[in-house]
Design a protein. Structure first.
Length: 389
């Protein structure tokens, strides 16, 4: 087996040769021995490990001008308006434009897919989503609908004022959603995001509780676009990294301060009511903090959590529907799972993203050799797990 130093040299050489980002193969964290926390992930280590959850992306790239898109998260394959999922939204810092938040907070349920996009496309995506939803079978008499649309600002790498997203792209994200492995990095709503000054994007991870704790699964998907001091598995790797702007040879430095945003979507099959989903959602902020974010003044940090437990799906036409919820000490393993999966999802969003030459400058892919070297010296690397997805 090659030594880690030899592996790092080979990895650096491979990256140098892969000038086309579309064919460059970048690993997930666990593929190269970066293991976050102590709990075991699900088989895909993704939000789609939660039974029924699907994720779809639509990406728009036009030269250096446009790098944006849409990511859709579907809690189950049925009609969400007719089978609503218990849900909660937690605001870490509210510098953002989360559409649909007040009804979710009031009623404790979500009745549409969750869509993520760029800030100034929020309302175009909401309008397109409503149009698509109203055209679905069984929706002919619906006169009110509450689309949940999250956003982060991709204006460094994309011409955000152009607001280029079309209804066709929104429909593509919704209709091509898959229950399989989730694409990560610079894809969908993560196409134009920047994290800690490096290229960020979509990341995901999951945790599966042991049988003694109910055997439930928690999955997290993030759209990372924030700043701070990058920390991985407790190691301050930011101290070992070059300046992102200098590394990318960008005349306009990418945003690397605490300002920025992150959307965190937490799914679980544990039977939870809205109150306990709110408690669960707060633990995603624990995972965010572990990566080095301070949730500064200009950061929009939001968590959307929902449960797919079939016994708690709500039919709006039925008045009385008893709900069951895990509670008390049984919540603690779910809290830990959420914090760990959020932290790893953020790391995956960085590891999987490629360098992007965008509208106002360049966001370089996180250079993995110095990161892995710092983690190795700190004694936190384990043997590589599997081939990168």
């Amino acid at each position: 087996m090659k030594s880690w130093s030899a592996w790092l040299l080979l990895f650096a050489a491979a990256n140098a040769l892969a000038s086309n980002a579309a064919i460059e193969q970048r690993p997930r964290a666990r593929d190269v021995g970066v293991v976050i926390g102590t709990m075991a992930p699900g088989p895909r280590n993704a939000i789609t490990d939660v039974d029924g959850v699907a994720v779809g992306h639509a990406t728009m790239i036009e030269g250096t001008r446009l790098h944006t898109g849409v990511t859709a998260i579907l809690p189950h394959a049925g009609n969400l308006y007719r089978q609503r999922v218990p849900a909660a939204i937690v605001v870490g810092n509210g510098f953002g434009k989360l559409a649909g938040i007040t009804q979710v907070q009031e009623l404790g349920e979500i009745e549409t897919p969750i869509l993520l996009t760029g800030t100034l496309s929020t309302w175009k995506v909401a309008d397109a989503a409503v149009d698509w939803l109203l055209r679905q079978p069984g929706m002919e008499n619906v006169r009110s609908i509450n689309p949940v649309i999250g956003e982060t600002n991709d204006g460094y790498l994309s011409d955000i004022r152009a607001r280029p997203l079309t209804p066709a792209l929104v429909e593509q994200a919704l209709t091509r959603a898959s229950h399989d492995d989730v694409q990560e990095g610079d894809v969908g709503a993560g196409a134009g995001t920047v994290t800690f000054g490096w290229k960020g994007g979509i990341g995901t991870s999951s945790r599966r509780l042991g049988a003694e704790d109910g055997g439930y699964t928690v999955g997290v998907l993030v759209q990372s676009n924030f700043g701070g001091q990058l920390t991985i598995a407790g190691v301050p790797v930011w101290k070992h990294l070059p300046d992102p702007a200098a590394y990318a040879h960008s005349l306009t430095p990418p945003p690397s301060t605490g300002d920025g945003s992150i959307m965190m979507v937490v799914a679980t099959d544990a039977p939870l009511d809205a109150a306990n989903l709110q408690r669960l959602a707060r633990r995603a902020l624990v995972g965010l903090a572990r990566t080095g974010s301070d949730m500064s003044n200009g950061s929009g940090d939001y968590v959307i959590a929902f449960s797919t437990a079939k016994e708690n799906l709500r039919n709006p036409d039925v008045a009385v529907q008893p709900a069951r919820s895990v509670a008390g000490e049984a919540m603690s393993p779910l809290f830990q799972a959420t914090a760990e999966a959020t932290e790893e999802a953020i790391v995956n969003s960085l590891f999987r993203a490629h360098t992007v030459h965008g509208h106002r400058g360049t966001a370089a892919a996180l250079p993995l050799p110095p990161v892995l070297d710092a983690l190795k010296r700190a004694g936190v690397l384990q043997a590589a797990r599997s081939k990168a997805r």
